[in-house]
Design a protein around this ligand. Structure first.
Ligand SMILES: [Zn+2]
Ligand SMILES: [Zn+2]
Ligand SMILES: [Zn+2]
Ligand SMILES: [Zn+2]
Length: 193
């Protein structure tokens, strides 16, 4: 029940207790009205209810909002009242990632939906090139690493006097690096003295 709605006399109707004349014993009934719920939902702080329009303040069928799914830009929409509720889901991305950079540890980019930054490890599809960003592990190693043995050996012929040595070094370039390095000291000692 919602609240007091006035006095009634059975078979007559509303009784104006101040103005209707009393001529004898009288039996009145206190009439209580039913709640009068608003047909529309009121949504507030993640809860929805039908507010009684009689002004009693009662919230009818009140319940927590439910259902729907939050994303990084939109709150979840309640299945019952149709209003957004709750918090954004910072991991519920709806857009795609635009990769904007890469380094030795991975590639970096931003989500098109919310602009959030994202870092991901490289994806090696069975080779040394990242399937996502094209980062080439071999190129980066050569650029940033110590000098390879090849160029060092290559300068040796330039300082030599005999053409025979040039031919010899050229042939040597085709052998493995390990074998080449092993032969250099011996060759220099014999030729120099
Ligand atoms: Zn009410
Ligand atoms: Zn709701
Ligand atoms: Zn997003
Ligand atoms: Zn990558």
């Amino acid at each position: 029940m919602c609240g007091f709605d006035g006095w009634y006399q059975d078979g007559v109707g509303p009784w104006d207790i101040e103005n209707d004349p009393v001529t004898g014993p009288l039996q009145l009934r206190a009439n209580w009205r039913e709640h009068w719920p608003d047909s529309a939902w009121t949504s507030e702080n993640g809860r929805h209810y039908h507010l009684c329009q009689n002004g009693c303040g009662i919230r009818l069928e009140e319940a927590a909002c439910t259902g729907g799914r939050a994303t990084c830009t939109e709150r979840a929409v309640c299945d019952v009242c149709g209003q957004p509720y709750g918090e954004l889901d910072s991991t519920g991305h709806t857009g795609t990632v635009q990769w904007t950079g890469k380094n030795g540890r991975g590639h970096v980019g931003t989500y098109s939906c919310c602009g959030a930054a994202v870092t991901q490890a490289h994806v090696w599809g069975g080779d040394a090139v990242c399937d996502v960003c094209g980062y080439d592990q071999r190129q980066e190693d050569q650029r940033g690493g110590t000098a390879a043995p090849g160029p060092t050996v290559g300068r040796a012929p330039a300082t030599g006097d005999e053409s025979g040595d040039v031919l010899f070094w050229t042939v040597l370039l085709t052998v493995s690096c390990a074998g080449l390095m092993a032969m250099i000291p011996g060759r220099r000692r014999n030729g120099g003295r």
